[in-house]
Design a protein around this ligand. Structure first.
Ligand code: PEP
Length: 240
C-alpha cells in the first residue's frame, strides 16, 4: 500500500508563508506519486496552498470541519465550503482540538461523517494521554475513540486514522516503533483503514517508524513546517 505523509501546520503560516512553502514543495516533489502527500494549512491559507500546489502530487486538507452544512456556528467551516474551494479532505479530532476546544469522541465522529458524506477524505486522530499510558489504559482509550468513529461513519475508503499519542505531540518524545505498531494493531482490529503515526516524527526517526508493518504513513506537525525535513520524511516513506 502507498504510504501517506500529511503535514499539520497547526496555527502557523499565513498566506504569504504558505505560498513560499508550497511552491518549494511543488518544485521538490512535483507530480511524483510514490508517496501520498498532503498539507493541512490554517483555513486562511487553504486557497493559497491550493493554487501553489495545483498540478503537484500534494493534496490540501483543512485542520477541521463542522458537522452541519451551514448555520449559526460562528468560527466554523462546513464540508461543502471546503469542497467548493477544492480541498481534498480534512483532519478531525486532533488532540489539540480535544484538549483546548472541547472536541469529544462524538463531535469527532460527527465531523468525520459529514466530511465523508460530501466526498472529502478524512484523517481522524486518536491517541492516549501520558497518564493513560502509564495506567496501562492505552488500548482501552484507543478502542473507545475508534469505536466512536466506527459508529459515526460508514466503512469508507476515504477514511484514514492517525494514531497520535498525546504525550508525543510537539514534545520531542516519540513512541517507539514497537509502541506504534502495537497501537496500530489495536486500531486496525476495529477499523480496516490505513493508520498513520503522529508525534514528533522527524527525518531521524521516520525510517524506523515507517518500517513497521501497520504504520501506513505519518501525520507530521513541527517537521512539516520546513520543506527539507518534510521531504526527508517523505523520502523515508518512499523507501520503506
Ligand atoms: C501533530 O500536530 O499532529 C503532530 C504530530 O505534531 P508534532 O509532529 O510536532 O509532534
Amino acid at each position: 500500500m502507498r504510504k501517506l505523509v500529511a503535514g499539520n501546520w497547526k496555527m502557523f503560516k499565513g498566506p504569504a508563508e504558505a505560498r513560499t512553502l508550497c511552491s518549494e514543495l511543488a518544485d521538490r516533489v512535483g507530480a511524483d506519486p510514490a508517496v501520498g502527500l498532503a498539507v493541512c494549512p490554517p483555513y486562511v491559507s487553504l486557497a493559497t496552498a491550493l493554487a501553489a500546489l495545483e498540478g503537484s502530487a500534494v493534496d490540501v486538507f483543512a485542520q477541521s470541519v463542522h458537522w452541519e452544512a451551514s448555520g449559526a456556528f460562528t468560527g466554523e467551516v462546513s464540508a461543502e465550503m471546503l469542497l467548493e474551494i477544492g480541498a481534498a479532505g480534512c483532519l478531525v479530532g486532533h488532540s489539540e482540538r480535544r484538549q483546548h476546544f472541547g472536541e469529544t469522541d462524538e463531535t469527532t465522529g460527527a465531523r468525520a461523517a459529514c466530511a465523508l458524506a460530501v466526498g472529502l477524505r478524512v484523517i481522524a486522530c486518536v491517541g492516549e494521554l501520558e497518564r493513560e499510558r502509564e495506567a496501562g489504559d492505552t488500548a482501552a482509550v484507543l478502542e473507545r475513540q475508534v469505536h466512536a468513529i466506527e459508529r459515526a461513519v460508514p466503512n469508507s475508503a476515504q477514511l484514514v486514522v492517525a494514531y497520535e499519542p498525546v504525550w508525543a505531540i510537539g514534545t520531542g518524545k516519540t513512541a517507539t516503533a514497537d509502541q506504534a505498531q502495537e497501537a496500530h494493531e489495536v486500531i486496525k482490529r476495529i477499523l480496516d483503514v490505513p493508520v498513520l503515526y503522529g508525534g514528533s516524527v522527524k527525518p531521524e526517526n521516520a525510517a524506523e517508524l515507517m518500517a513497521m508493518p501497520d504504520v501506513d504513513g505519518a501525520l507530521v506537525g513541527g517537521a512539516s513546517l520546513d520543506v527539507d525535513s518534510f521531504v526527508a520524511i517523505r523520502d523515508a516513506a518512499a523507501a520503506a
